[in-house]
Design a protein around this ligand. Structure first.
Ligand code: HEC
Ligand SMILES: [Cu+2]
Length: 331
């Protein structure tokens, strides 16, 4: 209702909402109307006036029991009808929408046969970023999912830590991603930028855990993919650039966890701000603050400090070089 529906699921759910809004409006007008009417009609006109006392008005009691029942039954009918229609197009053919056991091969096979998909993306939810792994490559993208328009895309979603929930209102319903299970969602939408939000409280930076989807026309998508692939295979990075590093920092997931005073980076997940990072003696209180160690840290924090809360963000070597240059400029 508030967000124009982009997928067919969202359209069907939207129609159901319209029905609910209609009934709600009727009930609102009826109840409020009766209240206003009674307040005026039966107001006290003299100090010692006593209203007629009514007990056990059978007809009225039957009326206000049966009327809501009928209303709920009608709404129930529409809800079941909506579910049925979503099921018919394969959105939830149980157990397809919610498989128990990540490596349940039988269930996975059923899923792939149940719905013809053009592309399957493996999604890992973690505190506090969505990571998207593309098919037939090692490409992993953080935060923003980029997909081609008008193609049926399926997300196979698992979580690396706590419960998260995938929710992009323009695509329809919200799906939980529970530890130890794999959740699925399908969509087929026109080009555009869609915004959603992790929809279950998942810790400190939950509010910053957005679900961003960029849907591109096929040719632009192909271009984007090729760019990502070359960025990935560039093993020899050119010298780090402070400007580019700053851009990567401010436009990447870093700002959801880190603060650099005087910028839009206001994350409070990391224990101390990066405002004067270059002046710190150690990185993450564990290794000396040198360029080499910083490079290792950004490449994979877990290698430097197993169990640290900073995830591996799969940065490419150029991004790492640029970020090192930027971070070392924070004196
Ligand atoms: C999901 C939250 C999160 C994201 C996203 C994140 N970090 Fe971190 N980062 C942390 C946490 C938590 C620590 C502290 C780790 C520790 O001490 O074990 C940390 C530590 C660091 C440190 C060492 C700081 C210090 O106080 O010694 C640097 C540098 C750093 N991160 C850079 C980055 C950069 C650059 C990005 C983006 C590419 C980024 N981080 C993304 C959570 C995050
Ligand atoms: Cu979350």
């Amino acid at each position: 209702m508030l967000v124009p529906p982009a997928s067919q699921d969202a359209q069907i759910i939207n129609n159901l909402y319209l029905v609910l809004y209609f009934f709600s409006a009727v009930v609102l007008v009826l109840v409020e109307g009766l209240i206003v009417y009674s307040v005026i009609k039966f107001r006290r006109r003299a100090a010692n006036e006593m209203p007629a006392q009514v007990h056990d008005h059978t007809k009225l009691e039957i009326l206000w029991t049966v009327l809501p029942m009928v209303l709920i039954a009608v709404i129930f009918f529409f809800a079941v009808d909506t579910l049925g229609r979503m099921q018919a197009r394969g959105t939830f053919a149980d157990p397809l929408s919610h498989v128990h056991g990540i490596n349940d091969q039988v269930a996975l096979k059923r899923i792939s046969e149940a719905k013809k998909v053009d592309m399957v993306i493996e999604v890992t939810a973690r505190q506090w970023v969505w990571q998207f792994k593309y098919p037939d490559s090692d490409l992993v993208v953080n935060e923003q999912l980029v997909v081609p328009a008008n193609k049926t895309i399926r997300l196979d979603m698992v979580t690396a830590d706590v419960i998260h929930a995938w929710w992009v209102p323009a695509f329809g319903g919200m799906i939980y991603v529970n530890p130890g299970e794999m959740s699925h969602v399908w969509f087929n939408v026109p080009a555009g930028d869609y915004l959603g939000q992790c929809n279950v409280f998942c810790g400190l930076a939950h509010a910053q855990m957005l679900s961003k989807v960029k849907v591109l026309p096929q040719n632009e998508y192909d271009q984007w993919l090729a760019q990502q692939a070359t960025a990935m295979t560039t093993t020899t990075a050119s010298a780090g650039d402070v400007q580019r590093g700053q851009q990567a920092f401010m436009n990447g997931p870093c700002i959801s966890c880190h603060t650099v005073e005087g910028t839009k980076a206001k994350g409070t997940v990391a224990p101390r701000p990066l405002t004067h990072f270059a002046a710190y003696d150690q990185i993450a209180q564990i290794v000396p603050n040198t360029s080499g160690n910083l490079m290792k840290w950004l490449h994979n924090p877990q290698d430097v400090k197993p169990g640290t809360q900073m995830p591996n963000l799969n940065l490419n070597p150029q991004e790492v070089a640029d970020l090192v240059a930027y971070l070392e400029s924070l004196k």
